[in-house]
Write a new protein. Structure first.
Length: 190
């Protein structure tokens, strides 16, 4: 059975996206070690699971990176990986090696997990990720925390919980980035 994993980069105080007026990703710290860990995560993943907004953003960006020096191998994996997209407004067929998920989210996601043996990565903390958490579908949370406090922008998982998490693993990188892996030990209550 596949594991549904929410994977999100964020600041220490939970910002996961810079607002339009700020330089996008101005808080996002990277180093060769954390970048390698990210590449390994995607290489080991069975598929990516996306909401509409994340799908549209990534589908516009990653094909353009296929010929950018230093991004070729990473882009090749991102572009070739199977993707499943949950949307109430998109219609199929989709581009970028993507399949539209239709029907009830809980039923569809449980079936998708049954069809896969490995990791199904959700690279998001937005509306779709919140719906997965609310339906108790998430098996793990992987947080890559950049050493910044960011005053503006959306915060990760506002209005979700409480959900008790158990720390499974931590990795500290030379740049000050920390990767935290948690598993939920209780279902969300809203």
């Amino acid at each position: 059975m596949g594991r549904l994993i929410i994977n999100v980069a964020m600041t220490v105080n939970g910002a996961f996206e810079a607002p339009a007026a700020e330089p996008q990703g101005g808080w996002l710290v990277t180093d060769p070690h954390s970048m390698q860990a990210g590449r390994e995560m995607w290489q080991a993943a069975d598929a990516m699971v996306l909401g509409r907004k994340t799908y549209q953003g990534l589908a516009a960006a990653w094909p353009q990176l296929a010929n950018v020096p230093g991004f070729e191998a990473y882009a090749a994996r991102m572009n070739s990986m199977p993707k499943y997209v949950a949307s109430r407004s998109l219609t199929g067929p989709l581009e970028w090696n993507a399949t539209l998920l239709e029907g009830d989210l809980g039923t569809t996601m449980r079936r998708l997990k049954d069809e896969h043996d490995g990791n199904l990565i959700v690279p998001s903390a937005g509306e779709f990720a919140r719906a997965l958490i609310a339906d108790d579908l998430v098996d793990e949370f992987w947080f890559t925390v950049s050493p910044y406090l960011w005053a503006t922008g959306p915060r990760i998982f506002d209005d979700i919980g409480p959900v008790r998490l158990e720390l499974v693993n931590t990795t500290t990188f030379p740049s000050g980035i920390v990767r935290l892996c948690y598993q939920p030990t209780s279902a969300p209550t809203n």
